[in-house]
Design a protein around this ligand. Sequence first.
Ligand code: GDP
Length: 444
Amino acid sequence: MFESLTQRLSGTIERLRGRGRLTEENIRESLREVRIALLEADVALPVVQALVERIKVRAVGQEVLKSLTPGQALIKVVRDELTTVMGAAAADLNLNVPAPAVVLMAGLQGAGKTTTVAKLAKHLKERRKKKVMVVSADVYRPAAIEQLKTLAQQVDVLWFPSDPSQKPEAIVRAAIDDARKSFADVLIVDTAGRTSIDEAMMREIQALHAAVSPVETLFVVDSMTGQDAAVTAKHFGEALPLTGVVLTKTDGDARGGAALSVRYITGKPIKFIGTGEKPDGLDVFHPDRVASRILDMGDVLSLVEQVEQQVDKDKAAKLAEKVAKGKRFNLEDMRDQLEQMQNMGGLHGLMDKLPGMGQVPEHLKNQVTGKEVPRMMAIIGSMTPKERRNPHLLNGSRRARIARGSGTSPADVNKLLKQFQQMEKMMGKLAGGGMKGLMRGMKG
Ligand code: GDP
């Protein structure tokens, strides 16, 4: 996600990092680079201008120039402003209404609406413990109704059948009645794809909106369309009172123009991002975490959450606590991590959430995903518990014994220990927590 923007910006950051002094000229130069990086990422021009202006005002002020570490102070300003332009706080769905809370989904054909309905149903069911029903108001495409039925079965939520001969309002009214009888908390309504210039279709969804008073009306838009996503959402927002935007296909979006433009151009928060085709490919949109990822500072919070959800909650919580307390990371922790990685698909997605990963060449990341992990686990398995907790004990003869025990070579053992040291260093930088820890993480 957003790799090309990250690469551009982290180049600029690399030059600033650790600078003992900054002048207005240095700052102007860096801001020029930030501006170009944003424009290349297809961020809408007004957004680029506002962002660069806000960064400039703060950058030439006391906060940066008088700071002991001006390079890092400037990076913090950039991160703050990226966060603000994306909306500051995360905005999950508002479901504080008498059940069933109706969530209406709108968007262009192919944006990913139906897929998102299923992902959202899964999210609300698993993360917010809601009983969910879905219904399709797409009376033009019986195939869309069937697609939703299949997806509903897949994520195991209630599905209300639609009669294409009925009007969308009648279908959804009947679904609301049924949801009430089934004690569903939420009813998610899929609609036909439409463009805002198609007046008849816009009147149809306005009528539907008026008839069923949804508590949330979400606009689903493909992030690959860059700043056009923001413009399309704005036009829709003028005709329909949107409460938020879902940005799909961010897994394929190297640039990030849509994520950075939508909030500023539409005034509506991005509430979720689609991160893959599968039903679990949906994340709550956290502007601060995404800003960190764009600056290659990692997104450890999401990483911990993901691990927590998908694997061993106790271990994940223990590691998070350890990192927060600044305790030493040891080979047992590393083995736990490897084990969890192995239990989990999508290792790539996980690694991308670690700070500094934007700099790691692709072939190195791939190494860890192959046969490497079982070998690393075998090496750690051949150590004594004491050695695992105190890696400094591992002298030459112990290393040779471990290589023999695990059927590997001393070079493999050394390589593992080197990888361990890198992880240890990264964890150490995260310790101390929050912004400060992350900023230290930038120093390398
Ligand atoms: P609709 O016409 O708006 O209902 O779109 P669909 O839900 O049928 O999705 C269109 C295509 O986009 C399908 O092939 C989906 O698998 C794909 N898609 C949707 N969301 C995502 C996403 O977040 N990532 C990726 N990679 N593909 C997605």
